[in-house]
Design a protein around this ligand. Structure first.
Ligand code: TRP
Length: 334
């Protein structure tokens, strides 16, 4: 049996990914290389659904790709590529858009949130059809599993519905994908507001540890992380959300159990614990940061790695799109 296919995407909308992205997604992506036929896409088409700066997009697309490779994705064991390099993404999105109900798209909560944020009259047609483009990403590769966070569940449901609808109307064409929302993944929260998820869109910079932060910045952010009344180092989500988050980060990066850490730091005080945690985090992120810096400094090499990924992705996307065109009734372009 061939290895099951996974597909996931990440937007190039920040100057660095953060620790929440790394522990919540990228680490699993790296692990999937061993067990799955894995496709990972830097979704630049999605990044222009809101106002953007072209030079910044170009830089962030490279920085995003560099971090994926630096975190351990191996261009020979998985496929890493840039969405706009494979034209079939937009071609299939058009077809799927014609199968999507206006009301159906209007119910997408992420669209409603983002549109409300920017003022709904400023929301673009692209932002509205964002989930349809995402469905095209997934369905083009006959994806079986889509590792995503809980916030993407509704988008995945739409991808499944569109696959089923197309197959039903035009004949079996698409694999119906399943979400893969892994259990046991550390939920990392904002260092300044431990009740909120660590998020590039809502956290203040002090609340986020960036993958590309230098060691001093990491030490400073951890030293200033919100702790809780008392001095006990103990996981207790309700009473001690700040300390609980720090314990989870520590455990996720060292592979230790939270209970073992509670034992080790009994009576130690927040200061000593945070100092050790800062060493754990800087130790884990330093190699990623160094590898990413090297890749970013050598644009031709990085661009060649992405060209290699697109060359692997394209034939698969093309084969699916040819089938779609035939089923839909488009003439072959001979
Ligand atoms: N919408 C996803 C997010 O914001 C990114 C994404 C785009 C994606 N295309 C995808 C994720 C396809 C999984 C599969 O996280």
């Amino acid at each position: 049996m061939p290895a099951p296919r996974v597909f996931s995407g990440i937007q190039p909308t920040a100057d660095s990914f953060h620790l929440g992205n790394y522990l919540g997604a990228l680490r699993q992506w790296v692990a999937f290389q061993e067990t799955h036929d894995a496709f990972y896409c830097v979704v630049d088409l999605h990044a222009i659904t809101v106002a953007h700066d072209p030079a910044l997009l170009r830089r962030r697309t490279r920085v995003a790709a560099a971090q994926l490779f630096a975190a351990g994705l191996d261009p020979d064991r998985c496929t890493v590529f840039v969405q706009s390099h494979v034209a079939e993404h937009t071609a299939l999105a058009w077809v799927l858009g014609c199968l999507t109900g206006f009301g159906e798209a209007s119910r997408m909560t992420q669209f409603k949130d983002k549109a409300a944020k920017g003022g709904s009259s400023a929301a673009s047609l692209g932002l509205f059809s964002y989930p349809v483009l995402q469905a095209a990403d997934i369905l083009l590769y006959q994806t079986q599993q889509v590792p995503v966070g809980e916030d993407q569940r509704q988008h995945l449901e739409l991808s499944r519905d569109l696959a089923i609808r197309f197959n039903h109307r035009f004949g079996p064409t698409f694999t119906v994908p399943s979400p893969y929302i892994p259990g046991g993944v550390a939920k990392i929260t904002d260092l300044q507001d431990p009740s909120a998820k660590m998020s590039k869109s809502s956290s203040a910079p002090q609340g986020i540890i960036d993958l590309l932060d230098d060691p001093d910045a990491i030490r400073r952010k951890i030293a200033r992380a919100v702790t809780d009344p008392g001095s006990e180092i103990r996981a207790d989500e309700a009473a001690k959300p700040g300390v609980t988050n720090l314990l989870r980060i520590y455990a996720a990066l060292t592979g230790e159990q939270v209970a073992a850490l509670e034992d080790r730091y009994r009576g130690a005080g927040y200061g000593a614990f945070k100092k050790d945690l800062a060493e754990v985090v800087t130790g884990a992120l330093a190699p990623i940061r160094e590898r990413a810096a090297k890749l970013i400094a050598d644009e031709p090499a990085l661009d060649a790695m992405l060209a290699h990924g697109a060359a692997k992705a394209r034939p698969i996307a093309r084969a699916t799109m040819e089938q779609v065109s035939e089923r839909i009734g488009f003439l072959p372009a001979v």
